[in-house]
Structure formats: structure tokens, C-alpha cells
Design a protein around this ligand. Sequence first.
Ligand code: IPE
Ligand code: IPE
Ligand code: MG
Ligand code: MG
Ligand code: MG
Length: 294
Amino acid sequence: LNAYLSQRRAAVEEHLRACLRPEPGLPASLLEAMRYSLLAPGKRLRPLLVVLACEACGGRPDAPWPGASAVEMVHAYSLVHDDLPAMDDDDLRRGQPTCHKTFGEALAILAGDALLTMSFQVLSEGYPPRTAAACCRELARAAGAAGMVGGQVDDLAWENAADHTAPALEHLHQRKTGALIRASLRLGVWAARGEDGIPPGLLERFDEFGRCLGLAFQITDDLLDVEGNAGAAGKRVGKDAARGKLTYPGLLGVEESRRRAEELGRRAAETLTPLGPAARPLLGLVARVVQRDR
Ligand code: IPE
Ligand code: IPE
Ligand code: MG
Ligand code: MG
Ligand code: MG
């Protein structure tokens, strides 16, 4: 499985590199900042979910790449903006100085804008019309005001708030991180089956898988901030408590948070059982998410 995932990760990175080529009108400084953040050594979880979901649904080998590239672009933009002084004010990301530390705040904001916008270009140029439209809609809804951006707004607004509950925190995580993970799986399904019809219930099955995986992923992200180390994680730790962020370990404690992440991992795995051996790589990915140290 490690070799299988490495091979796909390398293919994802090759497609990302190919999207970021010089073109007339594109300033060299902007291209450099976009490359710096997009090609930095991330885990590529979201594009891998696109690829593995597409494969699990019998997609053609060339089908997942526009979707995989697009979600990683949205994710990379969200990290660049998340790290800005006005947001989490971080100086380390993916083991290197954050985009604004290297290129300045203005160019970091604009590099984020350009990555976000490019994601929709890649989808609309990479798929036939029906699939392209569906993928653009999925990604826009997930990344937008009632999805990731909405979650980020509440994450900031709720800093130092004392009166929140576990259901409210779950709703925050479902938008801030869960929405893009769910969209990654949906893009994989659309890439595989979009032109000839998606079998009833298939998107919903992946939604339930994504709901569990997304929440487990953000709980382990919160746990890494408490228990991890910056060397392995490639980003500063201990920042959530310092900023008064609402997190699972903050609300429920480390033990209970770890228990919930494991439970969600088990539930995610169960939802894939009906897909049979085609879903085996996704199961492997779940185990890696729950046990991760970066
Ligand atoms: C970090 O995401 C930000 C969150 C949504 C929690 P990842 O942990 O997937 O970051 P990279 O892509 O590996 O850098
Ligand atoms: C970031 O969440 C979520 C998005 C970028 C949408 P965090 O603020 O927890 O991510 P890290 O811990 O900085 O990677
Ligand atoms: Mg944040
Ligand atoms: Mg952050
Ligand atoms: Mg975090």
C-alpha cells in the first residue's frame, strides 16, 4: 500500500507542476509564490481521496487528475490565507517559512487568490461539460461561504469563547475541514461516472465515509497541535491553546479526543465494506489518518 500511495502521490505532484507553467501575463513573482506553496511537501490527502474514490468507482486512469489538482489548489490557498497575520499568524508551514514570511503579505494573499481561481479553470478545461459543471459546483459549495470559508470565520470568531458545545464544534469542523474532504470524494465519483450516470446511493455512501474521515482528520490535527512536534508536523504546535482556539482536546481532553478519532476511523471503514476490494486503498488511508504524526 505504501508503494501504491507513493506512486499516486508522485503522479499528483507531476500534474500540479504541469498546471504551474509560465504564461504571458503571469508575473514571475506570483508564479514563484504559487509554486512555493502548492508544491511544498504536503501529504496530498485530498488529491489522493479524489484518485482513490475514482479508482474505487471504476474510473479511467486519466480521469482523476483535474479533480485532484483542483482540490489541492483550493487546499493550498486555504493554508496560505490561514497562516496570514490576520488569521492564525503562523511562520512555519510544510516544513518551510509560510508564504507571507517569504514573499510578503500582499503577494501571499494574491497567490492564494490565484490558486483558488485556477482550480476552477483546471476543472472546466479538464472535463467534458456535464462533469465539469458538476465538479465546479461541488468544489464551490464545499470551499465557499457555507463550507470551508464559513468554518474559518467561526474558527476565528470563537477564539477565547468558553460557552461552546461538542455539537457546535463538530459543525465547525465539518465545514472548516470536512467539506473539502467530502468534496474530494465526490469529485472522484464524478470523474469516474459523471458522463454515464452515477448509480443511486453512491455519492451518499462516500458522503458518510467523508463525514467520518473528515472529522477524524480535524480531531487528529487538533491532537497534533497538543502532542505533536514541529519537526515531524512541519508546522508550529501548541498554537491552538495559546490563541484560545476551540478544539477537541480543548473541549473534551486528549484521551476522549483520541477515542473519538479512532471510533470515527472504524465507522469510516465500515461504510466502505459494500464497495469490496476496490475500496481497500481507501481503508489504508483511513488508518494512516488516525495514526498520523504529521
Ligand atoms: C492542514 O491540512 C490544515 C487542515 C485542514 C487541518 P493537512 O494536514 O492536510 O496539510 P498538508 O496538506 O499535509 O500540508
Ligand atoms: C486550517 O485549520 C483549516 C483551513 C485552512 C481551511 P487549522 O488552522 O487548524 O490548520 P493548521 O493547524 O494551521 O494546519
Ligand atoms: Mg486556522
Ligand atoms: Mg492554522
Ligand atoms: Mg490545526
